[in-house]
Design a protein around this ligand. Sequence first.
Ligand code: IFM
Length: 454
Amino acid sequence: MSFPQDFTWGAATASYQIEGAAYRAGGGESVWDMFCRRPEAVFEHESGEFSCDHYNRYQEDVALMRELGLQAYRFSISWPRVLPEGVGRVNEAGLDFYDRLVDALLAANVTPWATLFHWDFPYDLYCRGGWLNRDSADWFADYTKIIVDRLSDRVRHWMTLNEPQCFIGLGHQTGIHAPGDKLALREVVRAAHHALLAHGKGVQVLRAHAKAAPQIGWAPVGAARIPATESYADVEAARQATFAPSGPSLWNSAWWNDPPFLGRYPEDGLAQFGDAAPPVRPGDMETIAQPLDFFGCNIYQDMTVRAGADGKPEPLPSPTGVARTSFQWPVTPDALRWGPRFFWERYGKPIVVTENGLCNNDWVALDGGVHDPQRIDYLRRYLLAFERAQADGVDIRGYFQWSLMDNFEWAEGYKFRFGLVHVDYQTQKRTPKDSAYWYRDVIQSNGASLHPPQ
Ligand code: IFM
């Protein structure tokens, strides 16, 4: 087995998590700046105000990417850094930053993959109703146009939204992420519909205005289910469970992906949501269902199911003492085999894993290195499972490790470290971890080094 010859190996980050606050450089505030001010919202009252100071240190960071042999870098653009009020006035310094970043990446032979929205929604637009306001889709399209006009001569790979399950579900339903709202299901579904419309309108803008032929996808949570065995019944049960409605939550792969890829909401989801149905107007589903080039998915963990006596999916509890990350997420490498397979079968688009990685409590050892054998083992297991997906017939095109460097982990502050590169937040010193060099070998060998020598 091996990865395809033109497979893309990269690493990912997001603006609010690494750059340092947009408002300190002429940009505006985002809902995350607002959320971090709220008492008890974020671990140790931390915020992304300084974070990795990537805004000022991007050249050093691009040099690291080159040293590590990354072929591609997935970053996100901070909407309020470019448009301080979310619409209207452009902060040229903000746009210039992404311009310079893209040039630096290309000079280092690292292909830029840009995400238009990774959660730092403009504060001023939140005050105008945020995602609950149907205009949010047009605000997003206008913002996209500005980015596309400026970067699309050099950026060819685009993702619209990152993990709508989180910024809508955690941000507007459970309230544990910004903006911290706890809305009733009807409003959550409404906000979700507007996010889907924003995605569709963003794709339309990209297709109409991109100067270099674009490759467009998006990056939802790749929530799937792993079959307990490879029996036909268990695989079928896992497939069914992957696309089944998820009760009163939107943590649901069909709800989010059927509209953009199939042009409709899933019937069983609509039935379950009842009165809380999305406010679909004529033409909305056509707007949402723009042709896409790849299916991006962020996959860290999944649950296992088997076929019950009636053939229906039956969840299995995690085995006692199962390996867990610092987040307490179970380590389930097969998520990277079955998730891509089920998404490929249902949506028929090439799969790019837009995020996958391990959070740990890494530190700099007395010898000056950062030794993270668990991350190496985790990545190796997951990548072998992803390679297995290809053997199952899935068209796999790329893999982005989350994350290039340690960063602000949202409500968890800085307590978890996901990076290939360790960041000392006091000195801003970057130290590549053992896993970074290990990943360099994986990239250089196009995955062959994952297999032990015979
Ligand atoms: O850090 C996040 C990222 O912003 C979105 N996907 C999951 C990562 C780890 O929690």
